[in-house]
Design a protein. Sequence first.
Length: 215
Amino acid sequence: MKILALSDEVVDFIYSPAVKERFGDVDLIVGCGDLPFYYLEFVVSILNKPLYMVSGNHDAHNQYMSDGRVLDHAEGTINIDGTLANENGILLAGLGGSIRYRPDGVHQYTQSEMQGRVLSMTPSLILNRLRHGRFVDILITHSAPRGIHDGSDPAHIGFEAFNDFIKRFKPRFLLHGHSHVYQSNAVTRTTLGGTEVLNVYPYRLIEWETTQWRT
């Protein structure tokens, strides 16, 4: 399985017909937040593959398109923020947003609020375990786990709830954005237990042998 994961920045060659030549064989597209709807709509329309997304802290509730449309989601995509999905046997979960650093911030949460969001998903994750023998394969987030690829400034501290999620529910991957990468030696892949935590900013192609996970 090939997964194209996107976050935080419009990549010129992806927002062009060249995306079909480069990524036409992907099976799944993931949006990890802070991306304009027009970008996501373009990618999903050209590649014609399922696109699951979560919201980032810079995503407004509505976006205004150049053709006059006012949208609360990118058309053709599936917002998985706060919920779960099963895409052709791959179990997905999504938790968007960042740490709260502004009282009026959109898609921002305290550490305890994010713990609460994980708790609300727990019954569905347990049901996955009963049905499929595992809780989840891929957790899609905007922010990083606490202490893994995160920052020390107030806006980029990671969520402790994600560390707990990994330990308890053991996803194969946690895919996140939010942490912009400007140096070639920056750490963008970390293994915690059996989970690969991947910073996908601004895009990342993940190739995964899924045979053993399918039901």
